[in-house]
Design a binder for this molecule. Sequence first.
Ligand code: HEM
Length: 254
Amino acid sequence: MCDFLGVAPPDGPWFEELSNAIVRGMDAGLEPERAEPGIKARAELSRMVSGWLETADEDGFLCAARAARAQAPEVSEAVLTNSLRGVLHAGYESVSRLLGNALARLVDDPALLDRAMAENALDPLVDELLRLDGPVQADARACVADSELNGQRIRRGEVVVLLLGAADRDPEVFADPDAVDLTRRKGAHLAFGRGAHACLGAGLATLQLRAVLSALHTAGIGFRPQGPAEYEPTATLRGLRTLPVAVSEPAASF
Ligand code: HEM
């Protein structure tokens, strides 16, 4: 993400702590004590991004954002830095979690990647991994007009929580929803949300997962589980804490 933004990476452990506080803060509706550390961490990362705006490389995303703002003075400094902090954080946490979740599935089903490659179905595999193992389990929308949905009244101003992870396994939409099916209709999942505020980085994230899967396949690296995968105790973002595996040398087999 720092290459993409055009800046040098921050100190790893420092960033990781703030980033985790933000992720935990997303669950504040369930665990209110997670809210405040998340808000503080957001503010701290926004300060870092604000400093970056002065020094970022000419050819990175931050520099392009700075130039775009010069054409749109109505966008305040705070909106710019908070949005760019959102890009940094979403780009880092979501993609790293997706890659981990996807790897856990490949460890469980070692023939899956070879099967997809043999069927020329890398893109459908990427789509299925996003559907089944997408890191963003829930999203929210504020209702702008009194509405009714499935007999449920929703008043203007109320916030509706959308369980994307559940929608992506809805048996009325996806037959045999828990199975990887490389023939499903492309892009039917909600892993990146939908509408005006759908994920800005969907293309970049898809590219990264595709690149990692291709590289693993080309290198012929194999994985063997060495213990159960453990997930972080978070609800909104789903990701691994540990995935113990043995990694085979390229072209070797277990
Ligand atoms: C696996 C990777 C990713 C997943 C699953 C993901 C998922 C999502 C989801 C579900 C949303 C909310 C969409 C909605 O409310 O309809 C979102 C928003 C967003 N994502 Fe991602 N994202 C990923 C990677 C990225 C990357 C790489 C970037 C940046 C380069 C990024 C930047 C953003 C931003 C800025 C928003 C807010 C958009 C807005 O509110 O208008 N995301 N993402």
